[in-house]
Design a protein around this ligand. Structure first.
Ligand code: UDP
Ligand code: MG
Length: 314
């Protein structure tokens, strides 16, 4: 028997919160009166997360747990959850209780009205650093302006999707995965519900600055060519400027020959500036090429070590 709801919960080193998430999710899901599965994806945790989930799964058959062979990242964990989810509707939620599970009934109500994607939109973020809020704010608006896909701002992975949306996402096996973008890309009927993003129940963020940057680069490069277009526009503009400057320099040489020898400072400025731009554009191309390389190697997005309480009737 397939459950009506699957809740996908990626977890990486969340021993301090995982049991509390389990309790709160169970309370909310029992309240729906429908069958459900809590599909935890342990993303190669080094702490007791996997052990605690194993214990919970032993007592409660609604708990399922996929254990990765190592840490593959947040997006890979959600991908595994979607691949193995069996519900008619699938909810995605972080393990740290920043997204309140109590919003689920509202999402379910919208789903019953006929919406295929009900995404949580943050009206406020509590307990996060000013830096995180600022960068997140800029990032959502920037990515929205960079792509033709209609991506709502201030929206994370916290959402409910219908089975048909899940099947569409499952077809997209790209390696650099910006899942909220993929969900926007598929279309169907989408609607927001607004909620207040709480502070982490316990523990530290698993997204240090380096991961945030590579996540942002994944999002931009997989949804937009605009940086490449901007690079060629920049190159073209600089060539034009250089051409006009060349004429100026030639005139100086031909008509005011005594002035050409000075200008060491401007020479250095121009050389270092243009070299900086060349290297930057090369790096930008490298970002795209590296991702193409990842695609053609076609390695799996994740590897499962163990699947606790996996259903036989698949
Ligand atoms: N996470 C994961 N793998 C990782 C990093 C994070 O599965 O490599 C999970 C983490 O356990 C949490 C969710 O992704 O459930 C969001 O991470 P976090 O709360 O640390 O990010 P933040 O809310 O600070 O952006
Ligand atoms: Mg969090």
């Amino acid at each position: 028997m397939h459950p009506v709801f699957t809740v996908v919960i990626p977890a990486f080193n969340e021993e301090e919160v995982i049991m509390e998430s389990y309790r709160r999710l169970t309370a909310v899901m029992k309240g729906t009166g429908e069958s459900y599965e809590l599909l935890f994806v342990d993303d190669g945790s080094k702490d007791k997360t996997a052990f605690l989930l194993g214990e919970a799964a032993e007592k409660d058959k609604n708990v399922k747990c996929i254990r990765f062979s190592r840490n593959f990242g947040h997006m890979a964990a959600i991908t595994a959850g979607l691949d193995c989810a069996r519900g008619d509707a699938i909810m995605i939620i972080d393990a740290d209780l920043q997204d309140p599970p109590e919003v689920f009934p509202e999402m379910i109500a919208k789903w019953r009205e006929g919406y295929d994607v009900v995404y949580g939109q943050r009206s406020e973020r509590k307990g996060e650093t000013a830096f995180k809020k600022l960068t997140a704010n800029i990032f959502y608006r920037f990515i929205r302006s960079m792509t033709d896909v209609d991506m709502p701002v201030d929206t994370g992975e916290f959402r409910l999707i219908d089975r048909k949306v899940c099947e569409a996402i499952k077809k997209m096996r790209e390696k650099s995965r910006y899942i909220r973008g993929l969900v926007s890309w598929v279309g169907f009927r989408q609607t927001p519900v607004s909620y207040i993003r709480e502070k982490r129940f316990a523990g530290q963020t698993k997204y240090p600055l380096t991961k945030m940057i590579s996540f942002a680069m994944d999002a931009i490069t997989t949804f937009s060519y605009k940086p490449l277009k901007a690079a060629s526009t920049l190159g073209f503009s600089i060539s034009m400027l250089s051409f006009f400057y060349l004429i100026v320099v030639l005139c100086q040489r031909l008509f005011f020959s005594n002035t050409t020898i000075s200008g060491w400072a401007s020479m250095i400025a121009i050389v270092t500036f243009s070299q900086g731009i060349v290297l930057m554009v090369l790096g930008l191309m490298g970002e795209y090429i590296g991702r193409i390389f990842d695609e053609i190697k076609d390695r799996p997005i994740y590897l499962i070590q163990e699947f606790i309480n996996e259903d036989e009737d698949k």
